[in-house]
Design a protein around this ligand. Structure first.
Ligand code: 4NP
Length: 582
């Protein structure tokens, strides 16, 4: 049996493996982020000389890079994790930085750039907003609403994005904001469709839509007001059938690259040509002449940057390191498995078997956040850490997850903590039935923390223990503490059914808790605030329940420092050792 100190050491190794992520390419430099220094920093790599330059430290979000401009736009959290951000521009040629000072710190949800103007979608206490800023640091708020919206593109006087703009919590419409006349236009190819991530080029808008069955990439001509099929020089993509187009954009004057996804694995195409990258997940790519730079990972490989030569098909790692061998050998096997839930709906779970656990052995049901997100075949330090510590991990993509079609994603709207919770319960049953799991703990962060709190009081007999990070225990209280963005988010998730809030809040069922609970929470979390969780812990204390509570000082919801990730995992490993490993 592995000793506890050995497990802690392995977790530290998993968490400190640096990640590399492509931001873009301009003026002979690959612009990327890396966590080499323990926190995400923005760097450039001169691809002819190999010289690396650090452009900014502790960055939060990086905008798209425009080949014509030497400027990269990024944001920093200036509030110790409260997600109040400032925006900056840095010149990749000389490292000169400038703050966009006229945008006071606020939640920034997206940032995009066309070389001349920066567009930001933001949220304050009162409103969701659109801002524009210039490279000289001047800025202006151009639009304000109570609807959820996200800017995804700016091009010569127009901003495009999506939002829940017609009041239907299930659909996302496109907006186009015209900077010349202030006109805000809402567009959808079909009522009831969900549209994603419009990208502007000249008079054309490339976007993903569910208007005509499964998700498709289409072009809308803004001048002709006409839908078109994208055209590609190569036809490799025709052999594949994707459920989602996770990334896409224009390059080199009107050509298109895209990344399609099926079953949590992606393939990238440049003008229709398949890019020969290993199995797993492509996080971002950029096309530079006859080369592609792509960041890629899998559940058993950390994020690296590959260079692909489009003419020879040769693939090389330009930035990235492998796992230490004692970590690598313990991550046995990662694969998707399917099971039926309580009502016959088919659920896919990613399973990572631990080479250090017997069968059946101790097992973690890992519940992802979002909830409109998924566990895909991409690097996840939580899952990898648990597997190297000797736990099999089963990570269900419960109803509401992305990746299985729009109907499936919408299944949690108006029912969070209902059918999706049962899918998670059935994941535990599946793991026991398959002979994989002996004892089972439920573990999750954010929406996964919410599910952990609720599952341990609503289905107390299913679990042997629970680990809830940044969770939700009381929707009413959380709503009151949220800003304009998160208040609207909760309304949409519940499909305006406020009467459900109580029934889906663990705070009202605390007496049902039967198993030990480990609670972790960032002190400065502004998405899932700490206060309701402290009240929940006080209630557990009064009721004489077994629990532990760890508050992470000066940390926010989206942990940016690797040592904070470690601080969340460290108590979890000690707790699981005590309650489920034997
Ligand atoms: P996430 O955070 O799981 O990290 O995306 C969340 C924050 C708030 C809510 C859900 C998830 N919410 O329902 O309000």
């Amino acid at each position: 049996l592995m000793r506890l100190a050995e497990k802690i050491k392995l977790v530290e190794e998993v968490v400190s493996v640096p990640h590399y992520n492509v931001a873009g390419y301009t003026h002979g430099k690959l612009v990327y982020t890396t966590t080499e220094e323990g926190v995400a920093c923005l760097w450039s790599l001169d691809t002819s000389s190999g010289l690396k330059t650090r452009l900014a430290d502790d960055v939060y979000m990086v905008g798209n890079i425009v080949p014509d401009s030497p400027l990269a736009v990024y944001t920093k959290d200036v509030s110790r994790g409260r997600e109040q951000q400032r925006a900056y521009l840095v010149d990749v040629r000389n490292g000169k930085r400038r703050e966009i000072g006229e945008v006071e710190p606020r939640r920034i949800t997206e940032v995009c750039f066309d070389g001349k103007t920066v567009a930001l979608s933001t949220a304050s206490e009162e409103a969701v907003e659109l801002w524009i800023a210039k490279p000289d640091g001047s800025a202006e708020k151009v639009y304000q609403t109570r609807d959820l919206l996200f800017a995804s593109s700016i091009y010569h006087g127009r901003i495009a994005g999506v939002g829940v703009l017609r009041g239907d919590p299930r659909t996302y419409e496109i907006f186009i904001y015209d900077l010349s006349d202030g006109e805000f236009t809402v567009y959808t190819p079909k009522e009831g469709a969900s549209n994603r991530s419009p990208k502007l080029f000249q008079e054309k808008m490339l976007f993903a839509t569910t208007a005509f069955g499964g998700e498709r990439l289409l072009i809308y001509d803004l001048k002709e007001k006409r839908l078109e099929e994208p055209e590609y020089a190569y036809k490799d993509y025709e052999r594949f059938d994707f459920t989602e187009y996770v990334l896409f954009d224009w390059f080199e004057g009107g050509r298109i690259w895209f990344v399609g996804k099926r079953e949590g694995r992606t393939r990238a195409f440049v003008d229709g040509m398949l890019i020969p990258l290993p199995e797993g997940f492509i996080h971002m790519l950029t096309v530079v002449g006859d080369k592609v730079y792509a960041s890629h990972s899998s559940l058993t490989e950390p994020r690296k940057i590959y260079e692909v030569d489009l003419t020879t098909g040769k693939v090389e790692t330009v930035l990235g390191v492998g796992l230490p061998s004692r970590v690598k050998t313990r991550l046995d096997r990662a694969y998707p498995a399917k099971y039926r839930s309580f009502d016959g709906v088919e659920i896919t779970a990613y399973v990572v078997e631990s080479a250090d656990a017997s069968k059946p052995g101790p097992c973690i049901v890992y519940v992802h956040g979002g909830p409109w997100a998924e566990v895909a075949d991409r690097w996840n330090p939580f899952i990898a850490s648990l597997a190297v510590c000797g736990y099999h991990v089963v990570a269900p993509n419960f109803r509401g997850s992305t990746g299985y079609g729009e109907e499936f994603r919408r299944m949690d709207i108006g029912d969070p903590g209902g059918g999706d919770l049962m899918d998670v319960v059935y994941a535990a049953e599946w793991a026991r039935g398959k002979g994989l799991a002996s004892k089972v703990a439920i573990l999750g962060y954010s929406y996964g923390g919410f599910m952990t709190f609720l599952a341990t009081v609503k289905r107390p007999d299913v679990w042997d223990a629970g680990v809830a990070g940044a969770g939700i225990t009381d929707w009413e209280e959380m709503y009151e503490l949220g800003d304009a963005f998160f208040r609207r988010f909760v309304e949409i998730l519940f499909g305006e059914r406020r009467e459900l809030w109580k029934d889906r809040s663990a705070a009202y069922f605390a007496e049902n808790l039967k198993v030990p609970l480990c609670i972790m929470h960032p002190q400065n979390d502004t998405r899932t605030p700490l206060k309701p969780v402290l009240r929940y812990a006080a209630k557990l204390l009064e009721l004489g329940k077994t629990f532990e509570l760890h508050v992470l000082p000066e940390v926010g919801h989206a942990m940016t420092r690797m040592d904070d990730v470690f601080k969340v995992l460290f108590p979890a490993v000690l707790f699981l050792e005590k309650y489920i490993s034997k």
